[in-house]
Design a protein around this ligand. Structure first.
Ligand code: FAD
Length: 439
């Protein structure tokens, strides 16, 4: 069955994925002589950098998501279809999706990445990943359910198990999540659960490398470690989680941490689609592309963002898995597609590193810009300003800003709701997930 798409005499550009990269390609192709079809398994774009605030009850999910249809509503040549893409048939220039088949003239793979458990099945089964809004909501429910359950326990050891946290991965996501949990412990949970002895709640962050924020400067890493330690977080570098059975995590050092809440932020791999017979990187499972984001040995198939690796001397493992790399590749590729159509020479991609940052809590952030590094209150304001700037949609910017101002002055937030209880039993959960269409 073919997908119903209006006939056109223009070349058809199919973009798989309405994330940071996919949206840029489509935006740059608006009002051009091409038909653009954006396919995504969700009908919204997710602003992943703020997922941890949804997971820890700081923001509602609808303030970090934006409907794809709304982004492109004024552009006649851009069509959106909600569909999961299952396979690519490069020989026939078609793709197979959950709503049917469709042919393309140009194919852009912008599917991002998925959580990588590095083949560790027990960690996959029992830990909590945080790559999507449904996963962030699961985590929020689990945290709140565990605190409700802790109230019902008599034994301190049982309460501790429910209240303790282990965050695996000391990158920006792990650091930000640990900081947000420490703030919950310091300012919010004591009011919500006056009957619980929260001094027994432990937050651990485990990082295999010798330092947190390994991709940032040593200065940023040290300040982030100091901030977290001051907030009561146990920082465990040079260590990793070997196994986790939903109650106990065994670390490589032999240490056992008892927790019902293990949050996995330790790795990602490219979200590859079946059927594409292209070379992949050994590490990270990413599609290897040339300097024009073209997939090797494939005519008019391109990959951008987290799913691809453009290997070069400056970036031997590909560009960093950040929004800016996807956005910049998306813009360059859209221009090159127009160049191909007009038989003009192509422009190779050049990455402009705009820096990196992470927030740890109120008045605490670390920022590495190309020419300057700073930490503390000013860094925190810069972090907030830039996140608001890149958030899609004016309404979302306003809601997030109001939320942050409210939280800052009230030491409270209003989103600690268990809307959709999280089922710990994997079988029950999988049965339920099957009933959610195309997720
Ligand atoms: C928790 C978290 C925090 C982060 N924080 C930061 C940060 O602070 N700063 C920063 O720069 N970067 C951050 N990142 C990384 C950043 O979000 C990614 O680098 C960026 O999203 C990559 O963009 P992309 O377009 O390649 O993919 P994505 O934005 O992930 O978009 C991929 C899209 O493809 C869709 N898709 C996937 N497979 C299919 C399929 N088979 N069929 C249909 N649709 C499909 C998905 O639904 C999704 O909408 C963070 C990531 C996470 C998970």
């Amino acid at each position: 069955m073919a997908i119903e798409i209006p006939e056109t005499s223009f070349p058809r550009v199919i973009i798989i994925g309405g994330g940071f990269g996919g949206i840029q390609v489509a935006k740059k192709l608006r009002n051009k002589e091409v038909q653009v079809v954006v396919l995504d398994q969700h009908n919204y774009h997710t602003f992943q950098p703020l997922l941890y605030q949804v997971a820890t009850g700081g923001l509602e999910p609808d303030s970090i998501a934006f409907p794809l249809r709304k982004i492109f509503k004024h552009h006649q040549n851009i069509l959106v279809r909600v569909a999961k893409v299952d396979a690519i048939n490069a020989a026939q220039k078609t793709i197979l999706t959950s709503i049917g088949e469709i042919s393309y003239d140009f194919l852009v793979i912008a599917t991002g990445s998925k959580t990588n458990f590095f083949g560790n099945q027990d960690i996959k089964d029992n830990s909590m990943p945080m790559k999507s809004i449904p996963e962030a909501l699961n985590l929020r429910s689990l945290i709140l359910q565990n605190f409700e359950e802790a109230l019902l326990k008599d034994l301190p050891s049982e309460q501790e198990q429910l209240m303790n946290f282990v965050i695996v991965g000391g990158g920006p996501t792990g650091v930000e999540t640990a900081g947000a949990l420490a703030e919950l412990k310091l300012h919010i949970l004591p009011n919500d659960y006056p009957d619980l002895d929260l001094s027994r709640m432990q937050i651990n962050i485990v990082e295999r490398a010798p330092r947190l924020l390994n991709g940032m400067s040593e200065q940023a890493s040290k300040r982030a470690t100091d901030f977290l330690t001051e907030m009561g977080v146990q920082v465990r570098t040079n260590d990793s989680v070997r196994s986790y059975n939903s109650i106990q995590a065994e670390l490589a050092s032999g240490k056992i941490l008892t927790t019902s809440n293990l949050i996995w932020t330790a790795g990602v791999k490219g979200a590859i689609i079946n059927g594409l017979n292209a070379p992949l990187t050994e590490k990270g499972n990413k599609i290897i592309v040339d300097e024009f984001n073209a997939v090797k040995n494939h005519h008019h198939i391109f990959a951008i963002g987290d799913v691809c690796a453009m290997l070069s001397e400056a970036y031997p493992n590909g560009h960093p898995g950040v929004a800016q790399a996807a956005i910049q590749q998306g813009k360059n590729l859209a221009n090159n597609i127009i160049n191909i159509i007009n038989e003009r020479p192509l422009n190779p991609f050049k990455y402009k590193d705009l820096g990196s940052m992470a927030t740890i809590g109120r008045n605490k952030a670390v920022v590495d810009l190309p020419l300057i590094r700073f930490q503390g209150v000013f860094a925190w304001f810069v972090w907030m300003f830039l996140h608001l700037l890149f958030l899609v949609g004016f309404r979302n910017k306003l809601i997030v800003l109001i939320n942050w101002i409210w939280n800052y002055f009230s030491y409270d937030n209003g989103t600690r709701l268990i809307i959709r209880p999280f089922r710990k039993n994997k079988q029950v959960r999988e049965e339920e997930e099957k009933t959610i269409p195309r997720n």
